[in-house]
Write a protein that binds this ligand. Structure first.
Ligand SMILES: Cc1ncc(COP(=O)(O)O)c(C=O)c1O
Length: 377
């Protein structure tokens, strides 16, 4: 059985539970085989309606705000490992309540909150910046000169501040295990001398473990070797890997317009509101049943429903002409989508549903005028 998209009212994000469970199984295998801890980075996906599925696999959570830490505590039943570029006095009590580990981004922040965090029994870490990243996109590179993330080796000097139990770094983007291997060489050259004093090292996210051809055995080998040599707990906190290629954004063509020989299919979804990474990165998503532009085939831009002039992407070719009512199904639209959406222009927010072979499609959440109104005042 496969998803019957024709029966799904659009716009709608559809999570494929079968694909999701495949990812969760694989990540669990890495966790167990390497003997490390793997956290779900909530920034990529935090649809708590699906947490009962996640709970079956026993992952922790990585949070970047009080809200994410609280969600981890209340809905996933775990205390989060929390990092933020800066914490605020007004939130810090809650951060402590919902976090087992906190990684500070600067020595200033560490000094400001060290005593209270220590008193509450939180494991304290420092984010370091190894000044090495494989990211081909500047917007996802936290290691560019001038970066606001983490303490560099020069800033740290010779001694690790007292009481630090872990180091945290995040520099990779949709990377393979070989990029991690290179990163670890740089990390060790710069920060390796501090490892004998530490309990844990958090190697951040950007490990796209669930991508086809990711060399999982190589990753496991690297992690085991690191652990055996340096005797520290290893933590990974991937976001994308958990929900990579696990579902769709299903939309409908509302109209076809033409200007200077360019045909645009106007959809009931928006790139800027519902698929913002496509414009930010930018990248062109896959549409089921379509190809990249091919001469001689009906070819269209996809146009968003917002008023933003740049709310479109192109071009895709189809077997036949598109018409109003046709479904357009964007692939791989679960990570960094539902967590980032806006209601700009008051556009309808896609509902969220989950599909599995046994129960078929189940709607988890619909959005309405009150959701739009409640964000405003
Ligand atoms: C500190 C930190 N950890 C984890 C992640 C998750 O990264 P990814 O979703 O690429 O695995 C990010 C992403 O920005 C991050 O900033």
């Amino acid at each position: 059985m496969s998803i019957d998209f024709n029966k799904i009212q659009t716009p709608c994000y559809v999570i494929d539970e079968v694909l999701l469970r495949n990812n969760l199984e694989l990540i669990k295998k890495v966790k167990e085989s390497a003997g490390i801890d793997i956290l779900v980075a909530f920034k990529a996906f935090s649809n708590w309606g699906v947490f009962p599925v996640f709970k079956e696999y026993g992952f922790g959570a990585s949070a970047s705000s009080t809200n994410e830490a609280r969600l981890a505590f209340e809905e996933l039943g775990v205390k989060a490992h929390t990092h933020s570029p800066a914490f605020e006095d007004k939130d810090f009590r809650d951060i402590l309540k919902y976090s087992s580990h906190i990684s500070f981004n600067s020595i200033n922040q560490l000094q400001k909150y060290f005593s209270i965090a220590k008193k509450k029994g939180v494991s304290i870490g420092l984010r370091v910046n190894p000044e090495f990243s494989d990211s081909p996109h500047d917007i996802y590179n936290p290691c560019k000169p001038g970066s606001r993330f983490g303490v560099t080796v020069e800033q740290l000097g010779d001694a690790l501040p007292q009481g630090i139990e872990g180091l945290h770094f995040h520099t990779l983007f949709e990377a393979d295990s070989f990029a991690l291997e290179k990163l670890l060489e740089v990390f060790l050259a710069k920060f390796g001398r501090f490892l004998p004093k530490l309990k844990w090292v958090n190697m951040g996210g950007g490990h796209l473990i669930t991508k086809r051809n990711y060399d999982v055995q190589h990753l496991i080998g690297i992690l085991i070797a690191f652990k055996n040599k340096y005797h520290v707990e290893i933590i990974l906190e991937p976001g994308s890997a958990f929900t990579y290629q696990t579902g769709y954004l299903v939309s409908t063509v509302l109209d076809i317009v033409e200007n200077h020989d360019i045909k645009t299919a106007i959809l009931d979804v928006s790139f800027t509101c519902h698929m913002p990474d496509c414009l930010e990165m930018p990248y062109k998503p896959v549409i089921l049943g379509a190809t990249d532009e091919r001469a001689g085939m009906p070819t269209y831009r996809m146009g968003g429903i917002s008023c933003l002039a740049g709310d479109f992407m192109g071009n895709w070719s189809f077997d036949k002409e598109l018409k109003p009512g046709d479904k357009i199904i964007f692939d791989d639209m679960i990570h960094y989508t539902t967590v980032k959406t806006t209601m700009f222009n008051g556009v309808a927010h896609p509902s969220i549903g989950i599909w599995n072979e046994k129960s078929g499609f189940r709607l988890i959440r619909e959005f309405n005028y009150q959701d739009y109104k409640n964000r405003l005042s």
